[in-house]
Write a new protein. Structure first.
Length: 83
């Protein structure tokens, strides 16, 4: 795996680029306007990317559906000092 910071930046860049493209044209327009070789690459690669993204989304969704729990580590409890 690559450096987590680099991987995070790459995912954010990819999401931003796809979102920008989605705002620029409809899927029908993109199918007409994009280079046929690019469209073939998208058609070939998207199922794998889609499964990966969907799985990541489900993992995050499962993690986020749990209510927040109170921290129970006494080492982290702050106690006010005197003067």
């Amino acid at each position: 795996m690559t450096d987590p910071t680099e991987a995070s930046e790459r995912l954010l860049e990819a999401m931003t680029a796809l979102e920008d493209l989605a705002h620029m044209s409809t899927p029908a327009q993109a199918a007409e306007d994009l280079d046929p070789i690019v469209l073939q690459a998208f058609w070939r690669e998207w199922p794998h990317s889609s499964v990966w993204a969907g799985t990541l989304w489900r993992v995050l969704n499962r993690d986020l559906e749990q209510p927040a729990a109170q921290q129970s580590d006494p080492e982290l409890d702050e106690v006010g000092g005197t003067g």
